[in-house]
Design a protein around this ligand. Structure first.
Ligand SMILES: NC(=O)c1ccc[n+]([C@@H]2O[C@H](COP(=O)([O-])OP(=O)(O)OC[C@H]3O[C@@H](n4cnc5c(N)ncnc54)[C@H](OP(=O)(O)O)[C@@H]3O)[C@@H](O)[C@H]2O)c1
Length: 391
């Protein structure tokens, strides 16, 4: 095939996948060093893949950006927010019009080299936060490039409407080793595992069925999700458990005693006797409530602690590296924690309840590592199994 394109290559998962996917057409790869925390980590991977594929690679310095532009991505690693990529606070990581600037340079380079297209690996998950990744922007920029150059250079952005998980699945087909890509905005020695790009990376690899090869910092407690889940994923009704299985409660106690449990405010309010003894109890609420405002019982038991945090990330930041943390529900906290968890300890109940209003998130991508089957008896109306999963 005719080599008619330039690619903007960061060294992250998406542009590396596009590089391999379109290698037949790519004459030149350009990376930009705009002074972000993670540029120094990404660029060696961009170089490595170009060398491997025999594609010319140029790094263009845009050092004026870190001097004149405002973005947490250009400040110290402490400025990078933690949480999900789509969260509002991740907006602080936008580098204003970064893609517009990089594309303008690439378009000029394409015309100078007699090339017809510029490729960029923006994707559907970028749309929420980054205006210069959205289809409207890409179409407008392509039209501007076509009008503003003699050969009518256009943009090729084939991932615009794909999810990052779909991109990773394509990379898997292409045999890409994602350990040879960089995502973490913090730009430390290892991926932090907690910032928006790390969370998104983990989710995408899991969605694509890839065993995550990324080396993450050790500074993360061991996180286990524990729940009793029906066939259809049901876990609750009217802020109560659906099943009251003595053996499940026994297992819950055995696993969590001596460790830290994190729960949403609804689940806390559903506990019949308040905070659970002999465990570090952490409750999440955005309402600014203190522990004493939450704990309805006046005679707070000995051996019980209750702490309150305004986000899951903040709670985890207050957990030590060697602490064992159990996420004990409910549905909203399970949904947030599943991309951070190392292990699921589930009680799978062989039943589909008539009524339920809260459900466990999809965990079909996890691997079963242990199962113990139990038949019904006088105290357990349904068949059930204790099942452990790892990523
Ligand atoms: N089957 C099981 O194993 C199991 C286990 C646990 C719970 N459950 C069931 O699940 C149901 C409750 O689940 P749910 O989703 O309704 O409620 P939940 O997750 O227990 O609590 C939701 C509340 O937690 C707080 N919260 C959640 N995420 C937060 C965050 N990131 N930062 C700060 N605060 C946060 C918010 O409180 P504010 O509104 O105060 O801001 C939110 O309204 C109940 O039916 C319960 O019985 C089942």
């Amino acid at each position: 095939m005719n080599k008619d394109s330039i690619i903007i290559l960061s060294g992250g998962m998406d542009s590396t996948t596009l590089l391999y996917d379109q290698q037949e057409r790519i004459a030149l790869a350009i990376s930009f060093d705009y002074g972000s925390n993670h540029n120094a980590r990404e660029l060696p991977f961009a170089r490595l893949h170009c060398q491997r594929l025999g594609i010319e690679h140029i790094v263009i310095p845009l050092d004026f950006m870190s001097r004149y532009f405002r973005s947490s991505l250009l400040e110290g690693d402490d400025a990078i927010p933690e949480g999900h990529y789509a969260d509002e606070n991740m907006k602080s990581t936008v580098v204003p019009f970064r893609n517009g600037i990089m594309l303008s340079i690439a378009i000029g380079m394409a015309e100078s080299r007699g090339l017809q297209h510029v490729m960029m690996a923006n994707h559907g998950g970028d749309h929420t936060i980054y205006p210069d990744c959205r289809p409207e922007f890409v179409n407008a920029m392509s039209e501007a490039a076509c009008t503003g150059t003699f050969p009518g250079v256009t943009l090729l952005c084939p991932f615009t409407n794909m999810t990052k998980g779909q991109i990773a699945a394509r990379g898997r087909e292409l045999g890409i080793d994602y350990a040879e890509t960089w995502s973490c905005y913090r730009g430390g020695q290892r991926h932090c595992g907690r910032c928006g790009t790390c969370v998104e990376r983990r989710e995408a690899l899991r969605e694509a069925g890839i065993d995550d090869p990324t080396e993450y910092e050790n500074g993360k407690p061991q996180i286990t999700i524990i729940a009793a889940v029906a066939h259809n994923g049901a876990i609750g009704l009217n802020n109560k458990l659906i099943y009251w299985l003595p053996n499940d409660l026994k297992r819950f106690k055995a696993l969590t005693t001596g460790h830290t449990i994190i729960m949403g405010r609804n689940t806390f309010l559903s506990l019949p006797k308040g905070a659970l003894p002999n465990r570090r109890n952490i409750v999440l609420t955005r309402k600014g409530l203190s522990a004493s405002q939450l704990e309805v019982r006046e005679d707070i038991r000995e051996n019980t602690t209750l702490e309150v945090f305004a986000s899951l990330e903040e709670a985890l930041r207050h957990c030590g590296d060697d602490e064992q943390v159990f996420i004990i529900g409910g549905a909203s906290v399970y949904r947030q924690a599943i991309s951070l968890a190392d292990r699921l300890c589930l009680t799978e109940v062989d039943d589909t309840p008539q009524e339920a209003d809260t459900f466990f998130p999809d965990y079909s991508g996890w691997h079963e590592v242990w199962r113990e089957q139990h038949e019904p008896d006088e105290r357990h109306a349904q068949r059930y199994a204790f099942v452990d999963y790892e990523r």
